[in-house]
Design a protein around this ligand. Structure first.
Ligand SMILES: [Zn+2]
Length: 298
């Protein structure tokens, strides 16, 4: 199963509009406070790869400087803060890490608040000024809105939908790679949904644009929040009766068909690598292989 499909976090969105309730939550007892830096890396304990609880480090922060994420499964309030690197003096046991690489290492309970926080910090970082009048906006609703006092407009966090699809032809799967990816890394196809498009239309358009294939059948698998920087991935299988791949644009440098047995052999030999386990791209490939009787373990 891919990460972030379920979350134990209850968001309690009504708290966002009640600074008194939030302050009371903070004073009630233990809180969990994740800390991100300007490059949106998260502060982690190097030793056991668990998020550093910034509650002690940032004890002088007040509720209106923190993003309220919700209450976790043990009813602990979760918050997040973004700091400048030199705001904190780190001890040897903590360092800034890339959340994407942590996906396979963290539990769902650990990763859900971090994913929400990272997407929100990215949004704040990129929406400091009003898109309507250009004035500076300020954080509101415990980090879930920004408000422009100049023209009295409110903006809300945005999530960019992207489809991700495993294209299949008979018993073969299409794997492809982009030129900027690490060597040997191959994955399935993906692309952003454009305004006015259904997800199904995006799948058909992207497959045609990237590899020149018409798809006849599309099946939905599921979705995954993907805060890199602010997407949600909507996963599909797309079947085609045409196997004649032509790379249409510069986006891909290679694409090829392979059977599940061939995939198993390529992974064993180390001639290709797959996306990080925990990503829906990995799950699309893994489930397809499973249906062909081949087990791939991340
Ligand atoms: Zn404005």
């Amino acid at each position: 199963m891919w990460r972030l499909r379920q979350s134990g976090l209850q968001r309690f969105s009504s708290y966002r509009y009640s600074p008194e309730q939030l302050s009371a939550l903070i004073k009630r007892g233990e809180i969990k406070l994740s800390v991100f830096n300007e490059r949106l890396r998260v502060l982690m304990r190097s030793e056991d790869s668990s998020p550093v609880n910034g509650a002690a480090l940032l004890s002088d922060y007040s509720a209106d400087e923190l993003i309220f994420l919700g209450l976790d499964e043990s009813d602990t309030p979760c918050f997040s803060a973004q700091v400048r690197d030199d705001d904190l003096e780190l001890d040897n046991d903590a360092d800034w890490q890339d959340l994407r690489l942590l996906l396979p290492l963290l539990s769902d309970e650990q990763v859900a608040p971090l994913a929400q926080a990272k997407a929100l910090h990215h949004w704040h970082q990129n929406h400091r000024y009003c898109g309507r009048c250009g004035a500076r906006t300020k954080v509101d609703a415990a980090g879930h809105e920004r408000y422009c006092a100049e023209c009295e407009s409110r903006v809300y966090p945005r999530t960019d939908p992207a489809v991700i699809m495993a294209v299949t032809h008979k018993d073969r799967l299409l794997l492809a790679r982009q030129p900027q990816w690490p060597p040997k890394l191959y994955s399935v196809l993906a692309g952003f949904v454009e305004p006015g498009e259904s997800f199904e239309q995006t799948v058909a358009r992207e497959v045609a644009e990237e590899v020149g294939l018409d798809t006849q059948r599309i099946d939905y698998l599921g979705s995954q929040p993907w805060p890199f920087p602010c997407s949600v991935m909507i996963g599909f299988y797309a079947g085609t009766t045409d196997s004649n791949v032509t790379l249409q644009d510069d986006e891909l440098e290679d694409a090829f068909w392979l059977t599940a047995k061939e995939l198993e052999a390529a992974l064993r030999e180390g001639s290709i690598e797959l996306p990080v386990p925990g990503a829906i791209s990995y799950a699309l490939i893994q489930y397809w292989a499973q249906q062909q009787g081949v087990t791939i373990d991340g």
